[in-house]
Design a protein around this ligand. Structure first.
Ligand code: COA
Length: 382
């Protein structure tokens, strides 16, 4: 396999973007990545998207995007793995460059969620229709069950969940592209309205429009395009049961653990080597479970990490310096790519007020559904 580098990044603002269409968002992010690498050619495109068919009645996004980029003729493929679609698109692009098949490959992600669809119903199609949706459960409900299981097994409290949200909003307030740029207090989180007990409004990621893109090429060519390439050391992916009820233990995200273990093995690194990470905090409990599954803390100790400052900017392992899905926003198909954009900025020393000083190794973790698919990438500034 060839070594692979990120040479360009692009990202739209995240939020309720009434004035931009799905294709506008896609093109803005993609052109950002191409422009930052100083090129206007591409060999291939992978586009992460969960549900444009249901959100805006548009399928067949690969050629649409190639066309609107002025690149009709380039192979362009949509990748779907629910909320992990972006991360899986990045993995596909990585594999195509690593294999030697193509040199310049764009991995992008997009979702337009605020155009009037039944968002909760559309998102629920990523869970098991027969075993879960039929009985009325939705994603806030599924993650509420994960939270309950974690509370019973490890003694996690509502306050522990709330510290994760306080950290997310503090970080998001520094991110000019975030949906919510507002710090919140512990009291505000704990008195926000109940969505699915024990998860409150401020424990949930929002409904978001947005897009992100990264441009990859073989490491040996990277300096033709940038002085600051970022190498992709590893890509690890895994699946678990679609239905939470079929899981051995709903408090443990087993696909996250397995995807992390595969990525660490490929990179020849341990969790203690990671200096900055973006993980999939679609609900506050998910971030706590990810700390544990990725080995940042021992199993059962994730509940203390945000409160104790371990995962804060300036902590031992800063997590979600972008504000995470909670505060930056969660346009589901774009999230995995947006995480990569943040980590690349960190490893290039371009993260401004959110910079983790001296960061050289970073990790992204992106998952689909209630953890039925997960993909982890490890990056190194070179
Ligand atoms: N965090 C913080 N504030 C939020 C928010 C969130 N997650 N969601 C909405 N708000 C704010 C809105 O900005 C609005 O504020 P305003 O009155 O000052 O304008 C207010 O809360 C009401 O917004 P509204 O859109 O009516 O909220 P809602 O009750 O329809 O939706 C949730 C709230 C939590 C149900 C919705 O954000 C949601 O479904 N989130 C989860 C998305 C999801 O499942 N993603 C996939 C994960 S696997």
């Amino acid at each position: 396999m060839r070594e692979v580098a990120v040479i360009g990044t692009g990202m739209t603002r995240f939020g309720e973007l009434w004035d931009s269409s799905l294709r506008d968002l896609c093109v803005e992010a993609a052109l950002g990545a191409l422009t930052s690498a100083g090129t206007d050619t591409l060999d291939s495109i992978y586009l992460g998207n969960m549900s444009a068919g249901q959100f805006v009645a548009q399928e067949h996004l690969g050629p649409l995007m190639a066309d609107y980029l002025g690149m009709a003729g380039v192979p362009a493929t949509r990748v779907e793995s629910a909320c992990a679609s972006g991360g899986m698109a990045l993995r596909s692009a990585f594999l195509e460059v690593a294999s030697g098949m193509s040199d310049l490959v764009l991995a992008a992600g997009v979702e337009k969620m605020n155009d009037g669809a039944d968002v909760t119903g559309v998102l629920a199609t990523a869970s098991d229709q027969e075993v879960e949706v039929y009985y009325g459960v939705t994603f806030p409900g599924l993650y509420a069950m994960i939270a309950r299981a974690h509370m019973e097994k490890y003694g996690t409290t509502e306050e522990d969940l709330s510290w994760v949200s306080v950290k997310a909003h503090r970080n998001g307030a520094r991110n000019r592209k975030a949906q919510f740029r507002r710090a919140v207090s512990l009291e505000e989180v704990m008195s926000s309205s109940m969505v699915a007990e024990p998860l409150r409004l401020l424990h949930c990621s929002p409904v978001t429009d947005g897009a992100a893109a990264v441009l990859l090429c073989p490491l040996e060519r990277a300096r033709e395009f940038t002085d600051r390439p970022v190498k992709i050391l590893a890509s690890g992916a895994a699946s678990s049961t679609l239905s939470l009820s079929h899981r051995k233990d709903p408090a443990d995200l087993d696909a996250v653990e397995l995807s992390g273990r595969r990525a660490y093995k490929m990179a020849g690194l341990a969790p203690s080597d990671i200096q900055v990470a973006e993980v999939h905090d679609c609900f506050a409990i998910a971030e706590i479970c990810c700390y544990e599954a990725l080995g940042f803390v021992e199993q059962g100790k994730g509940k203390d990490a945000a409160r104790d400052g371990l995962t804060d900017l300036g902590g031992k392992i800063p997590v979600n310096t972008s504000g995470g899905l909670k505060s930056k926003g969660h346009p589901v198909g774009a999230t995995g790519i947006a995480q990569a954009v943040t980590i690349v900025e960190q490893l290039r020393g371009e993260a401004g007020e959110s910079q983790v000083e001296g960061a050289r190794i970073g990790l992204t973790q992106n998952m689909g559904g209630s953890g039925a698919s997960s993909v982890v990438h490890i990056f190194q500034g070179v």
